[in-house]
Design a protein. Structure first.
Length: 190
C-alpha cells in the first residue's frame, strides 16, 4: 500500500515526546518537526528536532538567534511555502499549557492559509487536577484549532482517567502514546 508524505508538527513537551516516538517507531512517509519550550519564559529559544535534514537545515539557516515566537512563525511559514503537493499535515499538541495551546492554533491557521490539505490535529486536554485555568486555556485553543483543520482527534485526560482509574500513570501515558501512534499510522495509510 502506498503511503503519503506527511509532515507532523509537534508543539510542547508532551507532543515533542510523541514526535520522538514517531521517529523511533520509523513510521514511513512521515517527517517530524518538533518544537518545545526549553524554559518557561516567553523569549526562550526554540528547540527543533526532526528526522528530515532539509527541515533541519532550513531551521538553522533561517532562524538564527531570534525569539521563540518570531522563529516559530518564520519557520512554519517557510516550511508551508516549500512543501510540495499534496500537503497533508498532522499537528500534535498537549493543550492547557502556554506553549502548545498558543502555537498549535497559529500553526493550524498558517497551514490552512498555505493550502495544506488535509490538516489533522491530534490534541490532548488536561487532567482535572491541572486546574480550571489550564482547562479553559485548552478549550479556547481547541475551538481555535477546529476553525482551521479538517479533522481533530482529542484525548481528554480528565475523561480518559475516569475510564482507566486502576491504571498506573505510566501505563496510562503508554496507552495514550500508543493510541496517538496508531492515529498517525492510520492517517498515513488512508
Amino acid at each position: 500500500m502506498l503511503k503519503k508524505k506527511i509532515s507532523a508538527f509537534t508543539f510542547g513537551e508532551t507532543a515533542y515526546r510523541m514526535g520522538e516516538q514517531i521517529i523511533q517507531k520509523g513510521i514511513k512517509g512521515v517527517s517530524v518537526i518538533g518544537f518545545m519550550h526549553p524554559k518557561e519564559i516567553e523569549d526562550a529559544r526554540c528547540v527543533c528536532t526532526t528526522d528530515d535534514e532539509t527541515f533541519r537545515k532550513a531551521f538553522q539557516k533561517r532562524l538564527g538567534n531570534k525569539t521563540l515566537s518570531f522563529r516559530f512563525v518564520t519557520f512554519l511559514r517557510t516550511i508551508f511555502r516549500i512543501k510540495k503537493s499534496p500537503k497533508p499535515i498532522i499537528l500534535i499538541a498537549g493543550l492547557g499549557g502556554n506553549y502548545g495551546s498558543k502555537f498549535v492554533v497559529e500553526a493550524a491557521r498558517m497551514a490552512r492559509e498555505a493550502g495544506c490539505e488535509p490538516i489533522t490535529a491530534i490534541l490532548q486536554l488536561p487532567f482535572t487536577f491541572e486546574g480550571i485555568v489550564r482547562k479553559e486555556r485548552a478549550n479556547t485553543a481547541l475551538e481555535g484549532v477546529r476553525r482551521y483543520v479538517t479533522d481533530v482527534i482529542v484525548f481528554d485526560h480528565a475523561e480518559l482517567a475516569k475510564q482507566h482509574q486502576s491504571m498506573a500513570l505510566g501505563e496510562y501515558f503508554n496507552l495514550i502514546e500508543q493510541r496517538t501512534l496508531e492515529a498517525v499510522e492510520k492517517i498515513v495509510i488512508q
